[in-house]
Design a binder for this molecule. Structure first.
Ligand SMILES: [Zn+2]
Length: 137
């Protein structure tokens, strides 16, 4: 088969996929935008990140700050962190959070919600219906 033809076919097939399916298959966490000021760090696109993760801000910051090993707080649209951080380190922490608390471990989609039952948290997937106990890594 002609390779160019093949690519064209793929493009055509892709165009036929409904918009909402395309979006969820292209789930991407925005990279942190950092501003360092007087030896402290601000994630300036925090609101955008939390919006895409679709999780509670307090839930996220509680875990995130603990893993970063520092203190901090939400300041308007930004997340303030005590100390200087590299974007790379913070991106990794967000990725880890996403794997544990956002992405379904069965179908890998982000269409999930956290459900609390007793002392255990479960990740319920609205895409495939799976429900898994959340285990911190
Ligand atoms: Zn799922």
């Amino acid at each position: 088969m002609d390779l160019n033809n093949y690519k064209e076919l793929l493009d055509k097939a892709y165009e036929k996929i409904p918009e909402n399916v395309k979006q969820s298959s292209r789930f991407e966490i925005p990279k942190v935008e950092l501003r360092i000021e007087s030896r402290n760090s601000f994630i300036t696109n925090f609101n955008k990140i939390i919006g895409i993760l679709n999780r509670d801000k307090k839930h996220f910051t509680g875990i995130f700050l603990k893993k970063a090993g520092t203190m901090g707080e939400i300041r308007g649209q930004q997340l303030f962190l005590k100390g200087q951080y590299k974007a790379q380190v913070l991106n990794r922490l967000i990725e880890n959070y996403t794997k544990t608390y956002v992405l379904c471990s069965i179908c890998n989609k982000p269409d999930t919600q956290i459900q609390r039952e007793g002392k255990k948290d479960y990740l319920k997937c609205t895409a495939c219906g799976a429900r898994q106990e959340i285990k911190e890594k």
